[in-house]
Design a protein around this ligand. Structure first.
Ligand code: FRU
Length: 313
């Protein structure tokens, strides 16, 4: 054996011996974030970073796909090629990210899917709040607020992502049997500028709008800005989802949004699950995070938890 390869071998031996002596095994987690354009995703990364910083064995490498599905596919492949110990992914869209996630999983890399789903079940676990339940709760809250009748605009999240689909179908269930009428609906793809534009169209066509149900708080805020620009913001209510303290909850305090439904980022829970998986422990395939609703009446008391039993679960 030539000298350099002996030295390399010795170095590896020393690293492993040291790691086992100190018990300091190092884990590298790849985190594939679909975009960082909205405060909610910045918060998710911050939650992951904070939770991971509490565990010296963890290093997290973040990649931001900037809302580009192809870029996110490439990021997942890069993490697989780099042989990260575990992958956390918050996928932009379900179908196109399914194959790369399944590929990582089949190659033995545990995958924690966070917030938006992929199709099938080739991943280690999914963590997120129940979007269908949130949509239902929003529908019921809106029906009660409007006295079971009224004209509503629905500004949907990206309909190729599962939260958009579930927040819509849940809402439809929530208003079923009432006199609530959805007079305008559009896919604003989670983005405030799109929501504003779609709302301008809704305002141009409809002389009476009682409420805007937006699938996230940026959407509700975009709709509010459009209505305010034509002096119609006081005619209607705005409801959103996410309820970050610095966003939705602030809009509730400012009287811009009538209700915001919490959608926790799950960042800390993802790191907790990752640590369990890396430690060889089993984790549940599905972790459902709880959610609260914030309104002007309950915000000072910390909001109100959604009743899971009311959803028939
Ligand atoms: C951010 C976001 C949130 C929303 C979540 C759904 O990109 O649009 O506002 O709740 O994604 O996945």
């Amino acid at each position: 054996m030539k000298l350099p390869s002996r030295i390399v071998l010795l170095a590896w031996f020393l690293i492993f011996a040291l790691a086992s002596l100190t018990g300091q095994q190092k884990w590298v987690i790849g985190m594939s974030q679909c975009n960082l354009g909205e405060p909610w995703r910045v918060q998710m990364n911050a939650d992951i970073r904070k939770a991971a910083a509490e565990n010296p064995a963890l290093t997290v490498i973040f990649k931001d796909a900037q809302n580009d599905t192809l870029k996110q596919r490439a990021h997942v492949e890069e993490f697989v090629n780099a042989r990260v110990n575990l992958l956390i992914i918050s996928p932009k869209e379900a179908a196109p990210l399914t194959a790369p996630v399944a590929d990582a999983f089949r190659k033995g890399i545990p995958v924690v899917v966070l917030d938006r789903r992929v199709l099938g079940n080739e991943y280690t676990c999914f963590i997120g709040a129940d979007n269908k339940r949130i949509g239902q709760a929003a529908g019921r809250w809106i029906a009660a607020k409007l006295g079971d009748r009224g004209q509503v605009v629905e500004l949907k999240g990206l309909m190729t992502s599962t939260p958009g689909q579930d927040r819509h179908s849940g809402f439809v269930e929530g208003i079923r049997g009432t006199g609530i009428e959805v007079i305008f609906e559009a896919d604003m793809k989670w983005l405030e500028p799109n929501a504003r534009k779609e709302m301008e169209s809704a305002l141009a066509v409809h002389k009476k709008i009682d409420l805007v149900y937006a699938h996230n708080d940026p959407g509700a805020h975009g709709a509010y800005l459009a209505a305010k620009a034509v002096g119609r913001d006081k005619e209607m209510l705005f409801v959103g989802i996410d309820a970050l303290p610095q966003e939705g909850q602030m809009y509730v305090r400012q009287g811009i949004v009538a209700a915001s439904f919490e959608y926790p980022t799950g960042g800390r829970e993802a790191v907790d699950s990752a640590v369990r998986i890396l430690g060889g422990k089993r984790v549940p395939k599905e972790v459902t995070l709880p959610s609260r609703v914030f309104t002007s009446e309950n915000i000072d008391k910390g909001g109100e938890w959604l009743d899971i039993k009311a959803a028939g679960k």
